[in-house]
Design a protein around this ligand. Structure first.
Ligand SMILES: O=C1O[C@H](COP(=O)(O)O)[C@@H](O)[C@H](O)[C@H]1O
Length: 241
């Protein structure tokens, strides 16, 4: 595991943006494309805007980037809560990413159909190779959920599916999420976490007794890849020493 602790939120974003550019260039040199899974929620917005800003945008080989989503709220793609919509507005549209480079979870379908269709999309994209993303970005909720792996939900025990629908009582809504099976096959998994409200969750996930029902982010352990934490000092406050 690699910890990347920065003083401020802004420095965390820059560290992760630089890391993404380097990883993308290495992946493209190695196998011609960069397959990246985006996270949702509020934390990655600034990251996406940074990647699309002058100083970064011209260092990135955009036609070789392929975008996926780690989870989606079961709302229309135009809804304010849609993870796809946030990425589209902050990164995909500004960088003129073509539809063929973007794989969204289709919430026009029923939740089980959406999960199954996304799994089919992943298998088709990777073809005869295993499903292995170059980089999966993840957030961490204050309750230690990640992607849409929420505490005490059945999807935490999913061993077969790569993508699954889950009803989340905490938000009274369905979500579609990558499962631990697909996440833990990635070459790199990077948590982006900042702010004092995350400090307790970070402590439980990284230093606490194993309890995946309470702290689902403990499930994230890439089998043949590297786990990174991009985190500010406020979020890291309870793990130092
Ligand atoms: O609901 C979600 O929350 C988590 C954490 O988001 P954050 O804004 O608290 O960092 C996020 O990773 C996930 O993609 C999203 O759907």
């Amino acid at each position: 595991m690699k910890m990347h602790i920065s003083k401020t939120q802004e420095e965390v974003i820059v560290a992760l943006a630089d890391f993404m550019v380097n990883e993308a260039n290495q992946s493209i040199a190695k196998h011609g494309r960069f397959s990246v899974v985006l996270s949702g929620g509020s934390s990655p917005k600034k990251l996406f805007e940074t990647l699309a800003s002058p100083g970064y945008r011209e260092r990135i080989a955009w036609p070789q980037w392929f975008f996926f989503f780690g989870d989606e709220r079961y709302v229309p793609a135009t809804h304010a809560d849609s993870n796809y919509r946030m990425a589209k507005e902050t990164l995909l549209d500004p960088m003129n990413i073509t539809p063929g480079q973007v794989f969204r979870m289709n919430t026009d379908l029923t939740p089980p159909e959406a999960a199954s269709a996304y799994e089919t999309d992943l298998l088709a994209y990777f073809g005869d190779k295993p499903v292995r993303f170059d980089l999966i970005l993840l957030g961490l909720g204050d309750d230690a959920h990640t992607a849409s792996l929420f505490p005490h939900t059945p999807v935490l025990h999913e061993k077969e599916a790569l993508v699954k629908e889950v009803f989340v009582p905490k938000v009274s809504a369905f979500r579609i999420t990558l499962t631990t099976r697909s996440i833990n096959c990635a070459a790199n998994v990077a948590f982006l976490t900042f702010g004092a409200s995350k400090a307790s969750a970070v402590h439980h996930v990284l230093k606490g007794v194993r309890n995946i029902e309470e702290y689902p982010a403990q499930l994230i352990k890439p089998e043949d890849g590297t786990l990174h934490w991009f985190i500010d000092e406020a979020a890291a406050a309870q793990i130092e020493n």
